[in-house]
Design a binder for this molecule. Structure first.
Ligand code: HXC
Length: 522
């Protein structure tokens, strides 16, 4: 073959690779409302920035007619490119070729991409759309998954890992996304489960369809698997872009700073009016968050799962922060099993990637009851204590109202190493709320007062005394457990100043005796 023919051969092979599983399969993909792997990559990355690797990789499986089913790329498109100018590595499964099923070679391509991302220090993005382990390749495909899981763990805490689920993701295949930092699912066209409806029916006699078992909305509201949901492929990819805008490329970098004209030295008078006059009335903590951080910068993660805790990214004076807050609007903001998991994992992500944490506290306590106790609220709640204690990034805390008992300690208290803790004058920091405290301390005295009016007067008097002496921010301020009591309107300015000065915080922890790692409760 002459030179020109060889050039033509290359271009012909490229063309063949671009077609994936063929035109018919691409049409089917489009008909089902999905983009192809290459269309997704093109949409996600900056125009013209994608550099593909391993386009010519093919499987080497034999038997079950696999010799006849060889396709360039082997069902996954891998490479690197840029998102808003910053490098990322990407693997996008191509459902048009053998249902995107994963065999030995597809796995090798993915692992190679992950390994390079890790050595370069750039985020890894994995667009899942696959029938799972390639049945014809037997244990070779299982080995492939094992290699991917291992790389997920090696990369964890070093580079951000984001999974999108844009089609099927079933069986053990779900564990790669589960080991990554964030999962974004596409509504209607994606699902994730360990065992599908047919096995569920056979094993348990339970009738359930794919979407009710493991669709995007199920995982975004019930299981806490899907951090975010896109209404279609494009929105899913837009959410990944947005996520990336808040996080650094690796754990040695700071998150992307965007200069802003928004003043950080001006009071925000509206904040004075957010809390209701009645301390037991609910309100939306997002009314506080959005007024403290830069306009339109709050990006909530897991907005529909465990809504009694609110987490997300934001900017304050252009600097990225992670927000953790109790939500008095839901279950009075108490901490239950799911909200504990939600907070703890997010705090660990923020700490791993140098993102300061701002915690807004209004928490009556950990949730009581047999359901909680039997479900293990003790070990789940312990994760919040663990995560905050472990975190060495700047930790700033604002106590808005209730901060009772163990939940006060857990929610970014100074006792777990917070750097700047302030309270609004409305803060109630104590072992428990006034009603419970008075009942325990004065049960005998109260029962001895026969006249109901007299009894009410007595209870009112000691409740008042408890509120004034103990359930107030000034008791904690007198001890130095909180650094200041501030007006709500001053919150943005005070936090920004602390954030600025803490930006050079370096906390070196001496591990005596040396240890491999601690043993986090799960
Ligand atoms: C090989 C597969 C495949 C697989 C799909 N295909 N899954 N080939 N191994 N796992 C092929 C089909 O044979 C078909 O080939 C093409 O992909 C498209 O599949 P369809 O069934 O026509 O598509 P659709 O109707 O959209 O259904 C998609 C599907 C279904 C729901 C994913 O294909 C399916 O149930 N697949 C099996 C899912 C599964 O049980 N996987 C194993 C999970 S366990 P043709 O030639 O007709 O185009 C697992 C373990 C991981 O993954 C272990 C980690 C430790």
């Amino acid at each position: 073959m002459g030179k020109e023919d060889l050039y033509k051969l290359l271009l012909a092979k490229r063309e063949e690779a671009f077609l994936g599983g063929g035109k018919e399969a691409i049409d089917k993909q489009h008909q089902s409302g999905k983009m192809t792997a290459r269309e997704r990559i093109e949409y996600l990355l900056d125009p013209g920035s994608f550099t593909e690797i391993d386009m010519f990789v093919t499987h080497r499986a034999v038997g079950f007619e696999m010799e006849k089913r060889v396709g360039l790329g082997d069902g996954v498109v891998t490479g690197f490119g840029r998102v808003n100018g910053r490098p990322v590595f990407i693997a996008a499964q191509d459902f048009t070729f053998m249902g995107g099923s994963l065999g030995e070679k597809q796995a090798e391509k993915i692992v190679k991409t992950m390994r390079t991302a890790l050595s370069v220090g750039a985020p890894m993005i994995f667009l899942n759309d696959s029938g799972g382990a390639r049945i014809q390749e037997g244990v070779d495909s299982l080995k492939g998954y094992g290699d991917i899981f291992y790389m997920n763990v090696m990369a964890s805490g070093v580079i951000p890992q984001i999974a999108a689920i844009m089609g099927p993701c079933a069986g053990g295949a779900v564990y790669s996304p589960a080991l990554m930092d964030f999962i974004v699912m596409t509504r209607g066209t994606s699902y994730m489960f360990i065992t599908g409806p047919r096995v569920v029916k056979a094993a348990l006699g339970e009738e359930v369809d794919e979407q009710s078992l493991g669709g995007a909305d199920v995982h975004a509201t019930k299981s806490g698997i899907a951090s975010l949901v896109g209404k279609d492929d494009k929105e899913t990819l837009d959410l990944i872009k947005k996520l990336l805008s808040y996080i650094p490329s690796n754990n040695a970098e700071d998150p992307p700073y965007i200069p802003t004209d928004e003043p950080t030295d001006k009071e925000v008078p509206e904040l004075d009016a957010v809390l209701p006059d009645d301390p037991d009335k609910p309100y939306d903590v997002k009314e506080v968050i959005t007024r403290v951080v830069d306009k339109d910068s709050f990006f909530e993660i897991f907005p529909h799962w465990a809504p009694n805790a609110v987490i997300g990214f934001a900017r304050l004076g252009g600097r990225v922060v992670g927000i953790v807050a109790n939500q008095p609007n839901y279950l009075a903001g108490s901490l239950d099993i799911d909200s504990s998991d939600k907070i703890a994992r997010f705090v660990r992500f923020l700490d791993a990637f140098n993102i300061p944490i701002i915690t807004f506290v209004d928490v009556p306590g950990f949730m009581p009851g047999t359901m909680m106790e039997h479900g293990g609220i003790i070990r789940h709640g312990a994760k919040i204590l663990y995560a905050y204690s472990e975190a060495t990034v700047p930790k700033l805390t604002v106590i808005l109202r209730k901060a009772y008992g163990g939940a006060y300690i857990a929610m970014g208290s100074r006792h777990l190493g917070a750097d700047y803790v302030v309270a609004w004058p409305t803060a109630e920091i104590a072992v428990m709320g006034p009603a419970g405290a008075v009942e325990i301390l004065y049960r005998k005295e109260i029962s001895q007062i026969k006249d109901p009016q007299e009894r009410a007067k007595f209870v009112e008097k000691i409740t008042q005394e408890y509120k004034e002496k103990l359930a107030t921010p000034f008791f904690a301020a007198a001890r130095g457990y909180i650094d200041d009591v501030i007006l709500p309107r001053e919150t943005r300015t005070k936090l920004y100043r602390a954030l600025e000065v803490l930006s050079t915080k370096r906390e070196v922890r001496v591990r005596v005796p040396p240890k491999k790692h601690a043993n986090m409760p799960v």
